[in-house]
Unconditional design. Structure first.
Length: 340
């Protein structure tokens, strides 16, 4: 999920591991641990000059179970060595710090698994991406109550029971909301299945996910042999089905997708993508259809689109190379969210 959410969850893990011994400093170290896996964004750009390869590195090995285990020993030992001297000597143990970093690093990719992006939990042994698609990458109803609970908790002494109460409140509230999103997804999936059946669309597979910042308006993409069918449904809709379905052609034959980098790009999109030619010769528009358009009535307003081009013997991309959403697109998104 977004960086703020991972910081909050990491801080809570720090409190669980060392809060009673070092107080609010445990929140800081936990927040740092919760941020470490996402450093792969910067490391990927340092390792690779190609945008496709750098993008594929994110949520890879640094989001794996193996990294959580090895990283907890490495960062735990480093922090213990730097912290455990002078007046603080003997106040904590190496085991405490290993446990803190394991919790904060391990919970990061686990939380990411609930989002649509996908997380390679089993890297480097497998590139399978775990994605449950039940919560947006940023959802205030998950993050804000959790954050407020930790802020209140910080004003209590590390040994008081009230500090534990507020920690549990944050964990319970966020977990209850996560459970709601999972149950909601089962309901929404049934709605989309009925919607595609009503529209006489026989699909090979389909995927659904909530739109950004909420769990009310959902989006689905259904795949047939040559097309994708895109639909939205809001919990505020009066109808029991989604009746406005947009159809787009795959156009996968525009480029030879057997190239290694293009295969990686298709894998990144879980093969939910369509292609179109751009004005400049040799460039193509690539739209990752796993992610919804901002304007539910216009498939061209997808934020997750790239320009593909061949350079230096490799296919590469210009990420997010599209027109920024305008006020009209945002207005239609809000209206669709409200079921209007």
């Amino acid at each position: 999920m977004d960086s703020l959410t991972q910081i909050v969850l990491g801080a809570a893990c720090g409190e669980i591991a060392l809060g009673k011994k070092i107080g609010n400093k445990a929140l800081l170290f936990g927040a740092i641990g919760g941020t470490i896996p996402d450093l792969d964004v910067f490391i990927g750009r340092w390792l690779y000059s190609n945008e496709i390869e750098a993008m594929a590195f994110h949520r890879g090995v640094m989001h794996s179970i193996l990294f959580a285990i090895l990283g907890s020993f490495l960062f735990g030992w480093i922090t213990y060595t730097l912290y455990n001297w002078g007046k603080r000597k003997g106040s904590t143990t190496l085991k405490n710090w290993i446990w803190l970093f394991f919790l904060s690093i391990f919970t990061h990719p686990i939380l990411d698994c609930f989002t649509p992006y996908g997380t390679q939990l089993f890297a480097p042994f497998s590139n399978y991406r775990v994605a449950f698609n039940n919560i947006s990458v940023a959802d205030p109803l998950y993050t804000v109550p959790f954050l407020l609970s930790l802020i209140v908790m910080m004003f209590f002494k590390r040994t008081t029971i009230r500090r534990t109460w507020w920690l549990k409140a944050g964990i319970y509230l966020s977990s209850a909301y996560m459970i709601f999103t999972i149950i909601n997804k089962f309901y929404i999936n049934s709605v989309f299945k009925k919607s595609f059946k009503k529209a006489n669309i026989t699909y090979q597979r389909f995927s659904s996910q909530p739109t950004i910042l909420n769990n009310i308006l959902w989006y689905a993409v259904a795949e047939t042999e040559t097309q994708y069918h895109l639909a939205f449904y809001s919990l505020f809709d009066k109808s029991a089905t989604s009746d406005n379905i947009i159809t787009v052609d795959k156009n996968h034959d525009l480029i030879d997708m057997s190239d290694t980098n293009l295969k990686t790009l298709a894998w990144f999109s879980n093969d939910y993508f369509n292609l179109s030619k751009k004005e400049k010769v040799g460039t193509y528009k690539y739209v990752d259809l796993r992610y919804p358009m901002l304007n539910p009535e216009d498939s061209s307003t997808s934020v997750f689109n790239f320009t593909i081009f061949f350079e230096n013997g490799k296919w590469d991309i210009l990420p997010f190379d599209g027109s920024p959403p305008n006020k009209e697109d945002f207005s239609k998104f809000i209206k669709r969210l409200q079921g209007i």
